[in-house]
Design a protein around this ligand. Structure first.
Ligand code: SAJ
Length: 439
């Protein structure tokens, strides 16, 4: 008599398993497509009817997923989408790819995971495997999902249902490392869970790395992103120290980066944006506070990173002061508001803080970003200026916040009265051109 695990592994091996992906965002849709390309029947489930309709029309709302690929898979009947969670009753395997943002208080917002788990619990049946992909604090899979999907449904984890965690590693816009070829860590609640989930993912992804528990997998993801957040914080503090020392931080970093081992280059900036790096580490520090431990590196790095927008405003204020102009009443043009170059994502962008702080000090602020036509934030609605060079020449100060590669920096500097460059977009010209002030 085949065990549930053997039965599932057979379904994964012959691709007869029905797959469901909960959440069709920047993680879920690429994952659904990869499973469908591997030959599985995949049902994408999302409460957002627009996302579902887009997929069913054979289109794509995610920049990394080509519409023609969605169209082909939908036409072949390999990929479909619905808002109906009851479809989960037909699934053998479910990936949960829902958001894990922060509340205004800075605490984790687990509402998406809780809602997805509550819906899934209604349709759990023997012989299912569930993998949580959403970045969260260590223990979430065991403490939140297991009780609702296991004990409360009468199912036995590791015997007639299998539960694991596998951190998403999607970097929107990246072409070299994709969902298909980025190594994927997998950790189960039990050994059988890890093995079953690994067998599933190995049918579609090039590399799956099995670890001993869900907690190891949850913590690995947090280490990955905390590593970046802390190093960015450290290099931002280097910028603050170099400013006081009168030393060019960009030259210092480039010099240090000539070391071929034992060093990894990070660069200072106007702050920390994105949906991962500024947020994920706070899930870890929040969990540790509940265990009466203060994650000092995370808290210090967060303090420095969140202080960078204010530092940028002080640099602009000092630069205008040198020109005999108060910030109040000055026309400021922000260049680039996306959270990093060459993408259209505004989430947690430091540009939002810089613009808000300047307006509070009485500056007249406008922005130009070819990727972001309008910004609605904190009750203010802004639109990207269309005629860039006239706006540059009219501004009392141009502030480069996001160094999109499409900008013609020579033309911008030529037309500008003053430029504050927070990304070293202008390079060595900063040494010779009195118009340029660098972070
Ligand atoms: N930043 C700096 N200095 C740096 C690097 C980044 O100020 O040296 C800023 C960026 O401008 C941005 C923020 O930090 O505002 C985050 O930048 P990021 O390069 O970490 O980009 P993200 O947030 O898109 O991070 C993603 C992450 N991917 C996942 O979590 C799956 C991260 O793990 C990747 O390492 C990163 O992409 C990447 O390498 O591009």
């Amino acid at each position: 008599m085949q065990t549930m695990k053997e039965n599932l592994i057979l379904k994964f091996s012959n691709h007869s398993a029905n797959i469901a992906v909960l959440g069709l965002g920047y993680v879920g849709l690429p994952l659904a497509v990869v499973f469908a390309e591997a030959g599985f029947n995949v049902m994408g489930i999302d409460p957002d009817q627009r996302k579902v309709d887009t997929v069913m029309r054979g289109e794509s709302h995610i920049q990394d997923v080509p519409a023609n690929q969605v169209k082909r898979l939908v036409t072949q009947g390999k990929l479909s989408a619905t808002t109906n969670f009851a479809e989960l009753q037909n699934a053998d395997a479910v990936s949960i790819c829902v958001p894990t943002p922060l509340r205004k208080t800075g605490d984790p917002d687990l509402s998406y995971i809780l809602n997805a788990t509550a819906e899934l619990a209604k349709y759990m049946h023997p012989g299912m495997v569930v993998v949580l992909e959403s970045t969260t604090y260590p223990g979430t899979t065991r403490e939140i999902l297991l009780p609702q999907l296991g004990e409360e449904t009468g199912l036995k984890v590791g015997e007639n249902f299998f539960l694991a965690f596998s951190p998403e590693r999607v970097d929107p816009g990246r072409k070299d490392w994709t969902t298909l070829n980025t190594p994927k860590v997998m950790g189960g609640i039990t050994r059988a869970c890890g093995e079953t989930a690994t067998t599933w993912y190995k049918q579609a992804l090039q590399t799956v790395v099995t670890v001993s528990s869900a907690e190891v997998a949850e913590m690995a993801k947090l280490l990955e992103n905390t590593f970046r957040m802390i190093n960015i914080g450290m290099v931002n503090e280097m910028a603050l120290m170099c400013d006081r020392l009168g030393v060019d931080v960009w030259e210092v970093i480039d010099a240090a980066a000539t070391k071929p081992f034992g060093f990894m280059k990070f660069t200072p900036g106007p702050g920390l944006g994105g949906h991962c790096i500024p947020i994920d580490p706070l899930y870890l520090s929040w969990k540790l506070r509940a265990l009466n431990y203060t994650a000092r590196f995370i808290e210090l790095a967060s303090e420095i990173n969140t202080g960078m927008p204010r530092y940028v405003v002080s640099k602009v204020q000092d630069a205008l002061n040198e020109a005999g102009k108060p910030l109040k009443g000055s026309q400021i043009l922000i260049l680039g508001v996306a959270y990093k170059p060459d993408i259209d994502d505004l989430r947690e962008s430091p540009a939002l803080d810089v613009m808000g702080l300047m307006e509070k000090k009485g500056a007249k602020v406008s922005y130009h970003d070819p990727y972001i036509p309008h910004v609605a934030h904190d009750g203010a609605e802004r639109h990207s200026v269309t005629e860039l060079i006239p706006a540059v020449s009219q501004a009392d100060c141009v502030v480069i916040i996001t160094n999109h590669s499409s900008f013609d920096y020579a033309e911008i500097v030529e037309a500008a009265k003053l430029v504050v460059d927070t990304r070293n977009a202008l390079g060595v010209d900063r040494h010779t051109n009195p118009k340029i002030v660098s972070l």
